[in-house]
Ligand binder design. Structure first.
Ligand code: 3DU
Length: 207
């Protein structure tokens, strides 16, 4: 089992496809964010989906109709999962969940930056559970918050960024309850990304 979600935050098409091919067997999923899609169009999601599960990290944060339109585009392009904000409220979250179909919806309830305003995190977790999301995004570098979110979120899968470049430790994040860790720069900025992924998998005891 692989527990790394690779954050493919590059602009270049060839670099993105090469990294996807190279790493796909050793990561659980590839997370695509705005920089890659802005440079290459949404169809890059479909291309990468030939090699790996793709999670569209679109951090959707709009009215219900716009959320639906964005979610449908990810789905049309074979995304496996999609990340949405939840602070925009139940109606917006419902729109993502219903447009997602078989896609897994991850609801963001806290962020890795300590400047994130955590006053509503408990409410966001409760609402996300009531709306039947598949998982949550929670900070892998703010361990107390991560542990708290884990304790409130039942069986939901937690995916956690903030590892490596942002200071978090992969083992601390897993021990605090993350099911998967999201890692970008520590992998793609390494001169040997595959070797790096394999060494992280080894730390986790994954093959
Ligand atoms: O810091 P890294 O290079 O390992 O990348 C982390 C990725 O996770 C990146 O795509 C960023 O946009 C995303 N992310 C966070 O870093 C922190 C969050 O709270 C949510 C998403």
């Amino acid at each position: 089992m692989n527990r790394i979600i690779f954050a493919l935050d590059v602009y270049d098409y060839n670099e993105a496809l090469n990294l996807s091919k190279e790493l796909s067997n050793d990561v659980f999923a590839i997370k695509v964010n705005w920089p890659l899609v802005m440079n290459n169009g949404i169809s890059i999601v479909k291309e990468i989906s030939r090699y790996s599960n793709v999670i569209c990290d679109f951090k959707i944060a709009d009215i219900d109709n716009t959320n639906r339109l964005i979610t449908e585009k990810a789905r049309e392009n074979n995304a496996w999962g999609i990340i949405t904000h939840s602070f925009t409220g139940r109606r917006s979250l419902k729109a993502v969940v219903s447009a997602a179909g078989d896609m897994k919806v991850f609801s963001l309830v806290s962020m890795s930056q300590e400047s994130f305003i955590d006053n509503y995190t408990d409410d966001l977790i409760k609402m996300s559970m009531e709306e039947n999301v598949y998982g949550l995004v929670a900070p892998g570098n703010r361990i107390d918050i991560l542990r708290h979110i884990r304790s409130m979120s039942g069986d939901l899968k937690i995916i956690a960024p903030g590892i490596g470049a942002q200071g978090g430790s992969i083992t601390d994040a897993i021990m605090a309850g993350a099911d998967y860790v999201i890692i970008g720069r520590s992998i793609y900025s390494d001169p040997e990304p595959l070797k790096k992924v394999k060494s992280l998998n080894e730390i986790l005891g994954d093959d």
